[in-house]
Design a protein around this ligand. Structure first.
Ligand SMILES: [Zn+2]
Length: 219
């Protein structure tokens, strides 16, 4: 396991390597950031936005919390989205869950973890909304299905936020995507929950939930 001092050593080596490979990289970063992408993901250490997508510093604006939840009273998440959409003019926002997510599994199994139970309650609301669908699946499928459903519901929550509704009403081109990451294979899955206008929310939502059923329902 690396020590704290190792982190500084790694950092110096990384900065030197970047400057050798791409002279002027850091001085160009100081001028401004112009990312096209925003990533809303889980805080889980196994799901680092830049490494998974091969994006450099300056290319993706990131917000992470336990189980990638978007709540309309969360000023942290909404302020980050508002800055990304209104100031940075990002073109794509990805809401990214991951299989084996501790927050989602705690929600599914009613595991008490402490203060975070109140946060995880939002995922239990998703579970309860889709109770019939989940009950119809083999028990070992339910965790992955709830990861997918949580992403789909959080895309809806973001889509109906004032920030997104105002941006789309002005004709701004910005899409929200729902993805899931496989910690076991390192691959991203598209959950076909891509929304680029208020009108698209409802039909896209219904098709995406059908996709979860088709992928995981008992034969
Ligand atoms: Zn997680």
């Amino acid at each position: 396991m690396p020590s704290v001092n190792d982190l500084f050593a790694h950092n110096r080596a990384w900065a030197a390597q970047m400057e050798r490979d791409r002279p002027g990289f850091f001085s160009s970063l100081t001028k401004q950031q112009k990312p096209k992408f925003m990533w809303i993901g889980c805080s889980d250490s196994r799901v680092p936005a830049n490494q998974i997508t091969g994006l450099d510093p300056g290319e993706v604006f990131v917000h992470r919390n336990v189980a990638n939840v978007i709540v309309h009273s969360d000023l942290n998440a909404l302020s980050t989205v508002q800055f990304a959409v209104d100031m940075l003019k990002v073109e794509h926002i990805m809401v990214v869950g991951h299989y084996g997510c501790g927050g989602v599994l705690a929600a599914l199994n009613n595991t008490r973890v402490g203060l975070a139970d109140n946060w995880i309650r939002h995922i239990q609301d998703v579970r309860d909304r889709h109770r019939g669908l989940l009950d119809n699946m083999a028990p070992e499928q339910r965790g992955d299905a709830l990861v997918d459903l949580n992403v789909i519901e959080q895309v809806v929550n973001l889509s109906v936020s004032t920030v997104m509704m105002d941006a789309w009403a002005k004709g701004q081109k910005v899409s929200i995507h729902g993805w899931a990451f496989g910690v076991h294979d390192g691959l991203l899955q598209d959950l076909h929950m891509t929304v680029a206008s208020t009108d698209a929310i409802e039909p896209t939502y219904r098709a995406a939930v059908e996709g979860v059923i088709a992928a995981r329902a008992r034969p």
